[in-house]
Design a protein around this ligand. Structure first.
Ligand SMILES: Cc1ncc(COP(=O)(O)O)c(C=O)c1O
Length: 408
């Protein structure tokens, strides 16, 4: 028998299915209330608009182009639409600064490949998006904790990177409604991050997957917009902005994008030529079709539904959670992040919760690059209605209260 592990590249050693994934497989049971998936509610997909879009494509002259190979940069009218859309939030760019990816997940893979040599350091928040860690892991980096309150000096980051034989290359974060905490980075912290990145001379990867899902509070300019404003134009920036149609229109079409200065875009285009040539032509055309005819109405619809679910989850947490648990109060996105007393373990709790209360969530440890903070939980409110949210949190509150009492 061939010993596959012996001949796999070293980069594959960090590619492992987590124990959490095994537990989450149990979610197929129909009677489970799930706060686990970070996915949009399929009932909100603009399916009629997509049906019309594909029907128009197939009944018009565009069909041949839609089924043909196309350019690696992406479908021009879609890049033009995106350039207009991001201009509304202060990201002034040309369509040439926009590069289409197969979901923003592909952008994370490409950016990891573009910047990280083995042992280089990626700065990430503690916790961070698990899919970003999975994407970057293939390039064998080290991770260091990105502090957004300014309490670490540039030297501290440099020293840590030097000890592991590499250099700091970028800071990755979501500034709005992050996965997993739902939190927003305030303006002062965004400015501090830009100053830190200047000092370290590194890139900032701004993951804006949830950008359009704000339910209340004042919108804060993206880091990319602040960078453009202070540098006088996108070509002088160090920020790379990634966005997605997955949370607003539909994830199954796999259309995301990157906005960046031309030297970055030119490299990404070469990488795409080598990896998959281009993202699905027909899906890019359909996304452009649906976005240009009704993006704002679609976003208004999903915001109205998700904001009520967010309110229901926060109200239920207030009602049912024991006093020594704390949680975030997100102004948007899909997640609430719960912190339990020290010593509690989210993975153990999930196993019990699925077995006895039939409620699922994601244990928080997986979102930490160092696997710490086992006493945290990610709860998504996107796919459950208000009554289910109340019932699910009630059961979970009971389980957690009992677990805390048993541990006391
Ligand atoms: C923060 C964040 N970034 C990127 C992605 C990837 O999304 P997609 O590839 O569908 O654009 C997700 C998906 O959940 C996410 O939560």
């Amino acid at each position: 028998m061939l010993d596959w592990e012996q001949i796999f590249a070293t980069r594959s050693s960090r590619m492992r299915a987590s124990e959490i994934r095994e537990l989450l497989k149990l979610l197929d049971q129909p009677d489970i209330i799930s706060f686990a998936g970070g996915i949009p509610d399929p009932a909100l997909f603009p399916d009629v608009a997509f049906k019309e879009a594909y029907s128009d494509i197939f009944s018009g002259a565009q069909v041949n182009a839609a089924l043909q190979y196309s350019v690696s940069e992406g479908y021009k009218p879609l890049r033009e639409w995106i350039a207009r859309d991001v201009a509304k939030i202060g990201i002034d760019c040309t369509p040439d600064n926009v590069f289409i990816t197969s979901g923003s997940q592909q952008a994370l893979d490409y950016l990891g490949k573009l910047f990280l040599s083995p042992n280089d350091t990626a700065l990430v928040t503690w916790p961070t998006y698990l899919g970003a860690l999975s994407a970057f892991n293939a390039y064998e980096p080290n991770y260091d904790q990105l502090s957004l309150n300014g309490n670490r000096t540039p030297e501290a980051y440099r020293d840590t990177a030097a000890k592991t034989g590499g250099a700091v290359k970028f800071a990755y974060l979501s500034a709005d409604f992050s996965n997993p905490t739902g939190e927003t980075i305030d303006l002062a912290a965004r400015e501090r991050l830009l100053a830190l990145a200047d000092e370290l001379d590194i890139a900032i990867l701004e993951d804006a997957a949830y950008q359009h899902l704000r339910y209340d509070g004042e919108a804060i300019p993206p880091i990319m917009a602040l960078d453009i404003a202070r540098r006088g134009g996108i070509e002088n920036t160090r920020t790379i902005y990634s966005g997605s149609f997955s949370k607003t229109l539909a994830p199954g079409l796999r259309v995301g994008f990157v906005v960046a200065a031309m030297p970055v875009i030119r490299k990404l285009v070469l990488m795409k030529q080598a990896a998959d040539l281009h993202s699905s032509t027909i899906n890019q055309i359909a996304i452009e079709h649906v976005a240009s005819r009704g993006f704002d109405a679609q976003v208004a619809k999903i915001r109205s539904v998700y904001s009520k679910r967010r309110d229901a989850m926060l109200a239920a947490l207030d009602k049912y959670m024991p006093k020594n648990a704390t949680w975030t109060r997100p102004e948007g996105g899909m997640f609430v992040w719960v912190t339990l007393p020290e010593g509690m373990d989210g993975a153990e709790l999930l196993a019990k919760s699925i077995a006895t209360e039939k409620v699922a969530f994601v244990p928080g440890r997986a979102f930490y690059a160092d696997g710490s903070n086992a006493n945290t939980l990610r709860m998504s409110f996107s796919c459950a209605d208000e009554a289910m949210i109340d019932e699910g949190i009630k059961r979970l509150g009971r389980l957690i209260s009992n677990a805390i009492r048993a541990a006391a």
